[in-house]
Ligand binder design. Structure first.
Ligand code: NOJ
Length: 546
């Protein structure tokens, strides 16, 4: 059968289940809520969905702490609800990618519970990274690694007799012990987990912390440089990220996926740079996509944006892979706010009432619309995060008492963390919880002014961000932009990014000076334009046919 390689140009919509749509009114989104709203998402014009975790979990890290990889958490529904969701997605011609969290389990997972009970030196302990402590009494952690969420990456557990015993590694929260991926038993388990979801009809997996599974032998000490995303992406390579041994794991997974008909994909969440190194995750026998976080983290600066686009196309092109563009997700400040931040901003820090920066909302949205129009004109795949099609900003006023991100607690309230981008999204301006839940319950409070962002308030309004996204997605498909090329256009000021992709000329004016437009029919623009292109605006022109 001829392969369509659909993922090369697909636009994929990230659903964050707890904040998408709550069908039973408990304030937490759920699977039936997603199924009910699928036609609306189909209507947006995307090709696929990625669902963040909905598995059985104590929810210490919003479901990225999985206690059973083969079941649905009752808070989100049942396996039957999941099957209904897959069926409805496929009926609507939407593919469905699920999240897989292989780096760590929940401490409530039976494997970890067995490891604790079985004691030192047992095969059960060998599934995780248990080590003796340093110092004469073993009361110092085995090494100096820090958790991504702040604080030490090791926790000590008592022996069955109650005396202090070994330590286990957790690159994230204490409730998320890291598995030992050198252990073949662990590898086998995950092959079965892949098959479990493939058998249920999923179209692929977004792989959490795909750069972290293998740790350097001997677990040597390491001090991370200041700055840079907390999830990685530093110039140097820490002994817990981007170790070469990780690649054989994905080569084996590729083979598991190849047992199935269809074109199921593997998507890497790997905070790795430079881009040439990240491209190793998408070599032909490994994964299909790797989120381009270098693009996401690029400041609102034309030279920097041009450079990252050029480098991305070159680096991924070298291994025959597309670039996977992304501007927002559930771990970063929403781009309608981030692009107006004027100080240095580090991923994972978040932004809140006491942050020194007060990003201007009008500037943020204007830049976000321009950035999205630029992104959707690029060849490759693109991911959208629920709510960005509404122009939703980060909730920068979220009360401290509502916060739930472990980052907030593990840094003693020094870093706000990621709750501000996770607030449940508004559907109907006048309904309780803006239509998120029938009772008005919401696990994080929604700002009252979000009524103005509600989907029903934007639907059919020509200037709305929602209609801009719909038009962009329709034109992108019509002109085949996702499978096109970037042909740079010269003669524009430094602040302007200009290229041709097939029949479309794309001009992004990142600066504030007005730019005269070349001939062509204006197909779409992020702000109203005439013969001139105002500042902080992107336009798509249909080129006159040669
Ligand atoms: C990346 C996920 O996107 C994030 O939300 C989570 O906290 C960490 N991985 C740990 O699983």
């Amino acid at each position: 059968m001829l392969r369509s390689e659909w993922w090369r140009s697909a636009v994929i919509y990230q659903v964050y289940p707890r904040s998408f749509s709550d069908s039973n009114g408990d304030g937490l989104g759920d699977l039936p809520g997603i199924t009910q709203r699928l036609p609306t998402i189909r209507n947006l014009g995307v090709d696929a969905l990625w669902l963040s975790p909905f598995y059985t979990s104590p929810q210490k890290d919003a479901g990225y702490d999985v206690a059973d990889y083969r079941d649905v958490d009752p808070r989100f529904g049942t396996l039957a609800d999941f099957d209904a969701l897959v069926a409805e997605a496929h009926r609507l011609d939407l593919r469905l990618i699920v999240d897989l969290v292989p780096n760590h389990t929940s401490d409530q997972h039976v494997w970890f519970q067995q490891a604790l009970a079985a004691g030192e030196g047992s095969p059960e302990r060998a599934r995780y990274l248990f080590r003796d402590g340093a110092g004469p009494d073993g009361d110092t952690p085995p090494n100096n690694w820090e958790s991504v969420f702040g604080g030490p990456a090791w926790t000590r557990v008592p022996r069955p007799d109650g005396t202090p015993g070994q330590w286990y590694l957790h690159l994230f929260d204490t409730s998320q012990p890291d598995l030992d991926w050198e252990n073949p038993w662990v590898r086998e388990q995950f092959h079965d987990i892949l098959r479990f979801w493939l058998d249920r009809g999923v179209d692929g997996f977004r792989v959490d912390v795909a750069h972290g599974l293998i740790k350097k032998k001997g677990l040597p000490d390491y001090v991370a440089p200041k700055g840079g995303a907390s999830m990685g992406g530093h110039a140097s390579t820490p002994p817990y990220w981007a170790q070469p041994g990780v690649h054989e794991i994905y080569r084996a997974w590729r083979k598991v996926l190849d047992e199935y008909p269809g074109e199921q994909v593997l998507v890497a969440e790997a905070w790795v740079n430079p881009l040439s190194k990240l491209a190793q995750w998408v070599r032909p026998d490994e994964m299909d996509q790797a989120f381009n976080f270098d693009f996401l983290e690029t400041a609102w600066d034309a030279t920097a944006i041009r450079r990252v686009i050029r480098d991305s196309l070159a680096a991924f092109g070298k291994v025959g892979a597309p670039s996977t563009w992304v501007l927002s997700n559930h771990d970063v400040v929403r781009h309608a706010t981030r692009l107006a931040i004027t100080t240095d901003h580090v991923q994972g820090e978040g932004i809140g009432p006491k942050s020194p920066d007060k990003p201007n909302r009008v500037t943020g949205l204007r830049r976000a619309r321009a950035a999205t129009l630029l992104m959707l004109a690029l060849p490759g795949s693109a991911y959208l995060y629920q709510g960005e099609e509404l122009g939703l900003p980060e909730d920068v006023e979220l009360p401290d008492s509502a916060r739930q991100d472990p980052t907030w607690f593990r840094t003693n309230h020094e870093r706000y963390g990621r709750d501000g981008c996770r607030v449940p999204i508004p559907w109907e301006a006048l309904a309780p919880a803006f239509g998120f839940s029938p009772t008005g319950e919401s696990w994080l409070p929604q700002p009252p002014e979000w009524a103005g962002y509600a989907r029903d308030a934007q639907e059919g309004q020509p200037d709305s961000t929602l209609e801009l996204y719909k038009a962009a997605l329709a034109l992108r498909a019509q002109h085949g932009l996702g499978l096109g090329d970037v042909d740079w256009l010269r003669g524009y000021p430094e602040d302007v990014i200009a290229f041709r992709n097939g029949n479309v000329i794309v001009i992004a004016n990142v600066g504030t000076q007005i730019v005269t437009l070349p001939p062509g029919v204006i197909a779409l623009s992020s702000e109203p334009v005439s013969a001139n292109l105002p500042g902080e605006t992107t336009v798509w022109l249909e080129a006159a046919q040669a």
